[in-house]
Ligand binder design. Sequence first.
Ligand code: NAI
Length: 779
Amino acid sequence: MTTAEIFETMDYGPAPESASEAHAWLADRGGIAGPFIGGKWGPLRDDFASNNPATGEKLAGVTKTTAEEVEAAVKAARRAQSAWEKDHTKRARVLYAIARVMQKHSRLLATMETLDNGKPIREARDIDIPLAIRHFYYHAGLAQLLPTEMPGHSALGVCGQIIPWNFPLLMLAWKIAPALAAGNTVVLKPAEYTSLSAMVFAEICTEAGVPPGVVNIITGDGDTGAALVAADVDKIAFTGSTDVGRLIREQTAGTGKSLTLELGGKSPYIVFDDADIDSAIEGLVDAIWFNQGQVCCAGSRLLVQENIADDFHARLCARMATLRIGDPMDKCIDVGAIVDPVQHAAITRLVSASDGEIYHAPGPIPEGGCFYPPTLITGLHTASPLMQEEIFGPVLVSTTFRTPAEAVEVANNTRYGLAATLWTENVNLALDIAPKLVAGVVWVNATNLFDAAAPFGGVRESGFGREGGWEGLGAYLKSDAKLTAAKAIAVPEAPATSAVADLDRTAKMYIGGKQARPDGGYSTAHYSRKGVLLGHTGQGNRKDIRNAVEAARGAAKWSGSTGHLRAQILYYLAENLSARADEFADRIGTSIGTSHGKATAEVTATIDQLFTAAAWADKFDGSTKGVPLRGVALAMKEPVGIVGALAPDDAPLLASTTLLAAALAMGNRIVLAPSQAAPLVMTDLYQVLETSDVPAGVVNIVTGNHMDLAPTLAGHMEVDALWAFSPHVDPTALEKASANNLKRTWTNTGGNPDWTAPNLRPFLDAGTETKTIWIPYGE
Ligand code: NAI
């Protein structure tokens, strides 16, 4: 058909992008993708095929990199690391050069991406590739500014990075740019379905002057990924499914490897009745049919206000009928191919098991490729598997709500917490709802906006850590502060005959603002170095921990309280402790046998720490991010939730109070197991807590043997973070157990902070997570 004929008939005429450059590039390299190690290709083997999902044709053979080859890549990265870290200005220039060279090859990158992944060329060309390039520009700047803006930090070393197939080049950029900016070298594994744009990128690195060994790419499947996790790397950065993320959490437990996980989601897309409906529908097209819905933060769960639901669904179906599905290389296509028949089968299986009402977009579906029509499912119960499980395809599930409160409840009724979208013309409503959504990213009257400057990442089982912005850079750096091994303090044995100091007092637990007897009814006696009985403490058990977590859950209001209020309470705590400073110094002295002078110094430092925490409570600010958009991206600091903490033996007042004060200052609730060797110091604090207006349930203290308490804390689904500094616990087992709900953990695997003068700042970081709220301006 000629253009004139198309014009006459107004029939659709395809506008295909040429694939010849990409095919020629592959042919020039023998049609094989394989590892790029130390600046060289090889060994290359045709172990499995990378296919074009739109046609089924084989694009290239792919090497399954073996464990030995992975080790070789890690060694190459190790050799290159210190020289790379030395000069931040050189790093900035190389990153800038990568961006420039990517720009030069952007057409090749876009066509390769579309051929390999099946995404519409329009998306690859206009979204994936420009965003990936922007990432390198942005991080060139971070490298330039790093030493002055983040002094006292160094690179982690060699980073293992594992990425999925949905945004092969963009995810590569999200991983490699910050790692390199921070001075690390990398070994990156692309997903098995989509290795080809990473191959183009490897050559771009050479062209841009990246020194050999700084960027290494290893192709392969899950086995290659597992070998990388097990290799001698300092960090694993993973994006992919929650199941594999959990596995990696377990495998890295106790190794001291830094870890960030960007996992799945079931993100709500909330439409209030006063929304601009047409915009909300266009937004929804981007939310769930962008990249065929194969997006971790896809707005896959529509929540529409009941009174507009029928109209909204009708308009949505009308819009779905206009979506054009077909050859992804066609510039006029809206919906391309699903990445692989395996993923297609998974979507088909999930949808056919649904008991809801299924509407498939009626548009014609091309034969022979891996295509799935845009789909809407209504009438599902909120607990239905399709409302809860990630489908990772072009399938939208929909439900209704009546009130804003119900919208929040339904939106948050998921184990995930990656992203959320809300549409309303009422700014008050938007600003009321956005902070209440449990999600790492919230879009207001917009959706699926991304930028290198804006932190991205999840909460709950969507993982931990942020990518983008200074926050993302921080995930590739370590503090230069010296760490020491955790040491246990020898506890005096019960003497044959004991002089009793005063009446036999058994300190209780402190749960929900009340003193509570230990569930098991057992207690432990504590003696001074001179054999004087100092008192008893309860032997907590799993029931006590569960009660304490329950109480902490009940105190959720604390997390919404103002920084000013939290500061006042921390100041008050400091004041009340100061009134009893001598008494506490005596207790420390007799409990751990230090001189009165040293014990007094610890009390003074503790009061000071409470003042510092109070000072920070209303100053640990978020920021606004300079995203290329008429609007703002607000990076808000939110409390992580309920912190489970196991204190070290030493500095029994200062260490526990540091954990407690940092958690409280940032709006967390805490379940604290105080020093196992000297718990009486903290049980004495109950009265101080009671007289300082700390709301019930915000601080809960459970004494006892840490070996008994720790597994329950680590395994508890409602504990969001675990800080384990006790020398009596096995950090490997705890990190493993914390994989169940993907807790943020900080254990003494890599060493302990200096408890005689603990720096509060890292605890404030550990007690917060960034939520990025995107608010475009105006019309
Ligand atoms: P996956 O999580 O298995 O794969 C992601 C990456 O991890 C790939 O590079 C893969 O080779 C690697 N990998 C697999 N097993 C590994 C192991 N044991 N150790 C280390 N690396 C390993 O995801 P898959 O199978 O491709 O997709 C399955 C489901 O995962 C999708 O249907 C979707 O629900 C979800 N998914 C979520 C993504 C996200 O961005 N959140 C991205 C891709 C998939």
